[in-house]
Design a protein around this ligand. Sequence first.
Ligand code: PGA
Length: 238
Amino acid sequence: MKYVVCNLKNKMVLSDFQKYHEGLKEIETKNTKLIVCFSAPYLMAANSHNYDLGSQDITSLIEETVTGEITGYQLANLDVRYVLVGHSERRIWKKEINIDFINKITEAQNNNLKVIYCIGESLKERENNQTKEVLEKQILEVLNNINLKNLIIAYEPVWAIGTGNTPTKEEIKETVTFINKVIKDNYDLKFPLLYGGSINLDNINEFATITELDGFLIGGASLDYQNVQKIIDVISQN
Ligand code: PGA
């Protein structure tokens, strides 16, 4: 079974959500697991009969009373099953760091939510041949400090997100093989591994054949529910 995770970011207003939500009712998930990460305001209105609900964020401030934060208990109470943690946009814009991710993952796990932990190198790190070193650090510094359950890893090169640029199929294969090895060597475990960054209708045919991958995390292209169906159709045939 392959994962198809839609990250809708902060893109929708209510009328977009309503249309999308209606469209999702017709989606045939086939043999994939569809997870849709709406913005927080729409989580309550989402009704997930053929997909699982995901949140784009969760509080890192465990057991504190904090204005504007969303707890794992609140998310679980809305039938949210998955949470994105470590997304590069939050690393960059919100200056989130490892201790935030450790706390967020702990908060999620305390409430039986599964975590999609995002890792990835920047363009500068890639150009300096630091990709492996950066990914290993992002893995070990967080996974050494959490409970290793209910975890999915998403490899998302920062330079590929929202840019239309992607690594080649061979590069993705090599990098995910490396990530799997780091996890196997250090924890003797294997987690589902996703790729994210500019997945679209033009490249999904090629990337869906990467056997090392367990699915995809899709931003921009997932804003159209008909694209989501087309992507699922391709993935389910591989
Ligand atoms: P993108 O976003 O598909 O628009 O590149 C992916 C992501 O940010 O998770």
